[in-house]
Design a protein around this ligand. Structure first.
Ligand SMILES: *[C@@H]1O[C@H](CO)[C@@H](O)[C@H](O)[C@H]1NC(C)=O
Ligand SMILES: *[C@@H]1O[C@H](CO)[C@@H](O)[C@H](O)[C@H]1NC(C)=O
Ligand SMILES: *[C@@H]1O[C@H](CO)[C@@H](O)[C@H](O)[C@H]1NC(C)=O
Ligand SMILES: *[C@@H]1O[C@H](CO)[C@@H](O)[C@H](O)[C@H]1NC(C)=O
Ligand SMILES: *[C@@H]1O[C@H](CO)[C@@H](O)[C@H](O)[C@H]1NC(C)=O
Ligand SMILES: *[C@@H]1O[C@H](CO)[C@@H](O)[C@H](O)[C@H]1NC(C)=O
Ligand SMILES: *[C@@H]1O[C@H](CO)[C@@H](O)[C@H](O)[C@H]1NC(C)=O
Ligand SMILES: *[C@@H]1O[C@H](CO)[C@@H](O)[C@H](O)[C@H]1NC(C)=O
Ligand SMILES: *[C@@H]1O[C@H](CO)[C@@H](O)[C@H](O)[C@H]1NC(C)=O
Length: 817
């Protein structure tokens, strides 16, 4: 995809001078003027950002179908709007004209009108209408503020910055997205994204009329069900809801960023940013994050929590409608009240915390009420099932639900609270009196603090004790082994027979050994059907409890990301505990980047892909998986490469597997690997997501330089790799860090940007380092980067030299957010 775009660009560059003798440099089209496909004429917006003309969607083209469209000036394949989606031209004879009545017409060679605009207003007040392509990507006819027609009213699959996405109640226009049929076919596909005003407005994504995703109502800051789309230094968000119009709009605070939102043909709404240096669109985020974003997955009065397994549960005071269906994983029936006495029987309201608010399509609202009036109003009306505030910033306004509560999900953070009507007997605080509620909250807080203190204590001890026993680990891969695999109800993960794994690994033979993981050997396994897997096995004398092990496995099994090694299953049999992972044929990144011969196999685009992929994987661990997982041992050998050289982080979440019991016999040393550890972690034992960011920065510099940070030697100075990179940066020649083997393929601006970002990551103070979402953004866009301050540990190499002969210990820690 990237390659073909690239190629296409160059082909286009080569061909352009020969085939476009009469390209209109203008941004306007007057009456009786035309744009002809066979003369390669186009309109270019005044600022040069967008171009309108004819295109063929596939590249290289396999059809002759021609469409009239608008694309970004830098790539004809970055189409944002298509006129004749339903009626492609079959040859290059198309002509776009502006008629005297202000309509745009697309004619084919037999001068039949293939497509035309449909002005709702008469053109008479305007004598000489003009069509103009604006620098926002909007094609308009007529005068500003009162356009006869504009392409922004007839969206294709793309929302551009500044566009008002939604309804105008006065004109009746509805701006919504319709996906392409396929990436090569702009004709209208199955999927739509629309701001729907029923009840309280929400954005819905539908696939052939079935709702697949709901944004939730706007809560004053963001949509309740899209916590990722909150204001940040780059984007601003706006939601306008009044008697004339309802719309959602995003804009760019940083105008150097090029960004758009696209509904793809699978119904996934995605935001991309363009990186000019590599000429690629980078995925910034998707509206749908995980399974819990499937509309109504848990049925009425159900609640989805991605950290649970299975994810569906019932709201407080409710129980499954059918226990049998529920237990078999069919949650569509949802839940019913335990006690129906909720009308004039002393009922009350139960607070449900940190959720995506239920579907508001049958809600009503009053923005001038406060929460107390809201409760009273809801209580008076027996059909009112729940209420909440409208505005999260000041808790003002009132939203009332009538009817079933559908599509609730739990968020670990950034959720909203609402209050659900329950019979007195079902109120958790017993009677629902505010005082009791408060006491209850205090009790919970005390308990939480207690647990936190205990946790800190354990972590502290864990850090200080020596690891006595080495557990061995096995890796393998396999999914559906009929006969061999059973499914344990609460684990949601295939279970393997130990005998199957033993025979797949040739009884753990030396020849199958892939390497020594932090906790023992890793073997390659081949199942009877030929599937290759990697196997980790915990030693028999591991003292960890079964429940603890299961708990950890469950957590890891839920982590699914392109840039994380996937856990496929496990085996728990008598003393044996085995983990089965996907097999990575290309081994560790260290085998490539630090080896003179192997390194030649990687060109810059691959290295850049690896740098970006690791960042996305780490971002997922830190943030998107909704658990805060700190890897604590990110290093080259813990990044594995798949067949496409796509990087996958491995060895995450292992700490708990080697859990509490083993901590009593663990090392005095801080776990992790010297050379990658941040100062505050290595010295004070403090770790946070920022210590992972530090390790990431080190890794990026290693990838670029081809040398290890630990053991780095330079004849001119005593610094390690970080210090070396910092020196070069200060001298204004950071690119000197890049090793020679890649110089043919490098993109200088990208290399310099990566080094700059890496130096930001390895800054001495954890608070100065960016978090991973900023790193991903900084790598994938052209935003201006701050100046890095001095890196941590750039001269202190010697401090750890003596200790480094001891085995590297690989432990990672998992903490729920
Ligand atoms: C456009 O062409 C028509 C027919 O040739 C002619 O009558 C009309 O005056 C032209 N309008 C302009 C603005 O040139
Ligand atoms: C595209 O337009 C931008 C202005 O929005 C301009 O800076 C850039 O140079 C243009 N690129 C090309 C390839 O014309
Ligand atoms: C381009 O197409 C128009 C209309 O189909 C036709 O009249 C004209 O002759 C064509 N010109 C070329 C150079 O093929
Ligand atoms: C032009 O379009 C008309 C109407 O869609 C169609 O009947 C005719 O065959 C087309 N002519 C050519 C040459 O494609
Ligand atoms: C033009 O607009 C009218 C009224 O808005 C609508 O009924 C008609 O279907 C539209 N025609 C086309 C071709 O879009
Ligand atoms: C929500 O409350 C904040 C703080 O009072 C206010 O600034 C904001 O305008 C409110 N938002 C809406 C949509 O009313
Ligand atoms: C609201 O959603 C429910 C559940 O999907 C549906 O049955 C109902 O028709 C919707 N009502 C409106 C007014 O859209
Ligand atoms: C909203 O609430 C206020 C205060 O309770 C009340 O005066 C007003 O009539 C309500 N508005 C509507 C539309 O119900
Ligand atoms: C239901 O609630 C009512 C009123 O609170 C209470 O009297 C009754 O005992 C409850 N029924 C059950 C089955 O809990």
């Amino acid at each position: 995809m990237k390659g073909s775009n690239f190629l296409h660009f160059f082909v286009a560059l080569l061909l352009l001078p020969f085939f476009s003798p009469s390209t209109l440099a203008a941004d306007t089209l007057a009456v009786n003027q035309s744009i002809a496909d066979n003369q390669s004429q186009t309109l270019v917006s005044a600022g040069g950002s967008f171009e309108l003309g004819f295109f063929t969607p596939t590249s290289p083209s396999s059809t002759n179908l021609r469409y009239l469209g608008i694309w970004y000036n830098f790539s004809k394949q970055s189409v944002v709007w298509v006129a004749n989606r339903d009626s492609p031209l079959t040859d290059s004879s198309g002509v776009l004209q502006l008629a005297a009545d202000g309509t745009l017409r697309l004619l084919n060679s037999s001068t039949a009108v293939v497509w035309s605009t449909n002005s709702t207003k008469p053109a008479s007040p305007i004598r000489n209408p003009l069509a103009q392509l604006l620098d926002t990507g909007n094609l308009v006819v007529g005068e500003s503020d009162d356009y006869l027609w504009q392409s922004f009213d007839y969206l294709s699959d793309t929302i551009l910055p500044g566009l008002e996405f939604g309804h105008n109640r006065e004109t009746g226009r509805d701006r919504y997205l319709t996906s392409w049929k396929s990436p090569d076919d702009p004709s209208p596909g199955d999927c739509t994204t629309r701001l729907e005003p029923d009840g309280y407005p929400q954005i819905f994504i539908r696939k052939a009329q079935t709702i697949v995703f709901r944004s939730g109502p706007w809560n004053g800051l963001r949509f309740s069900g899209m916590p990722n789309l909150r204001p940040n230094p780059i984007y601003t968000y706006e939601f306008v809801y009044n008697s004339e119009q309802i719309f959602y709009r995003f804009d760019l605070a940083d105008k150097s960023v090029i960004s758009r939102m696209v509904l793809d043909n699978e119904g996934i709404l995605q935001r991309f940013t363009w990186t000019a240096s590599s000429r690629t669109w980078n995925l910034y985020l998707t509206a749908q994050m995980d399974n819990c974003d499937r509309y109504g997955l848990c049925g009425p009065y159900g609640s989805c929590n991605i950290n649970n397994s299975p994810p569906c549960g019932c709201l407080i005071g409710f129980e499954p409608r059918s226990r049998r269906d529920w237990d078999s994983g069919d949650w569509a029936g949802g839940c019913v009240r335990r006690n129906d006495s909720v009308c004039g029987a002393g009922e009350g309201f139960q607070r449900i915390v940190s959720v995506k608010l239920p579907d508001t399509n049958t809600s009503s609202y009053n923005s001038s009420m406060d929460l107390g009036e809201c409760e009273a109003t809801c209580l008076r009306d027996c059909s009112c099932t729940a209420y909440s505030a409208l505005n999260v910033s000041d808790g003002s306004g009132c939203l009332l639900w009538f009817g079933d509560l559908v599509d609730v999900r739990h968020y670990t953070e950034d959720g909203q609270d609402f209050f659900i009507r329950l019979a007195a007997s079902d109120l958790v605080s017993g009677g629902g009196s505010k005082r009791k509620t408060r006491l209850w909250i205090i009790a919970v807080c005390l308990l939480a603090v207690g647990i936190a203190v205990l946790g800190l204590f354990l972590i502290f001890r864990f850090r200080r004790k020596r690891l006595q026993r080495q557990a061995s680990i096995i890796m393998t891969q396999e999914r559906d082994h009929t006969g061999d695999v059973s499914r344990e109800h609460d684990l949601e993960l295939p279970l393997f027979d130990f005998s199957t794994i033993a025979s797949a690994t040739d009884l753990f033979s030396e020849s199958r050994k892939l390497g020594e993981g932090g906790f023992g050997p890793v073997y390659k396994g081949i199942f009877k059907d030929g599937q290759e897997v990697a196997v980790k096995r915990l030693s028999k004398d591991s003292t960890q409890g079964l429940d603890e092990f299961k708990n950890e496995v469950k957590t890891i099994a839920k982590l699914q990301h392109r840039n994380l090694v996937r856990l496929l299953g496990c085996c728990i049999e008598k003393e044996e505990k085995v983990l089965v992972y996907e097999y990575m044929p290309n081994k560790g990144l260290d085998a490539f980047i630090f080896d003179q011969k192997q390194r030649k196999l990687l060109d810059w685009p691959m290295l850049f892909q690896i740098i970006n992929g690791i960042a996305r994987g780490l971002l997922y661990l830190h943030q998107d998986s909704r658990l805060r997982i700190i890897h604590r041992d990110l290093k080259a050998s813990n990044v594995l490469l798949d067949y496409n050289m796509n990087p996958k982080i491995s060895d995450f979440g292992m700490a708990r597997i080697f859990g509490a019991n083993e901590t009593q016999s663990s090392t005095k040393r801080v776990v992790g690997t010297y050379g990658y550890m941040s100062p505050e972690y290595a010295i004070d034992g403090q770790f946070s997501i920022k210590s992972d960011v530090f390790s990431y920065g080190v890794l990026v510099l290693e990838i670029i330089c081809g040398k290890r940070n630990r053991g780095f030697y330079h004849e001119d100075h005593n610094h390690n790799l970080l210090g070396h990179a910092w020196r070069l940066y200060k001298e204004g020649q950071p690119e000197e860090l890049m090793d020679e083997t890649v110089k043919d393929s490098w993109v200088l601006s990208e290399v310099v940007r990566c080094i700059h970002v890496a130096l930001l990551c390895v800054q001495q103070g954890p608070e100065d380092r960016p978090n991973m979402s900023n790193v991903v953004l900084m790598l994938s866009s052209d935003i201006v980067l701050p100046e890095p301050t001095e890196p941590g540990f750039f001269t202190e190499r010697k401090v750890f030299e003596q200790e480094s002969s001891t085995n590297e210990i690989t432990i990672t820690l998992l903490t729920a957010r």
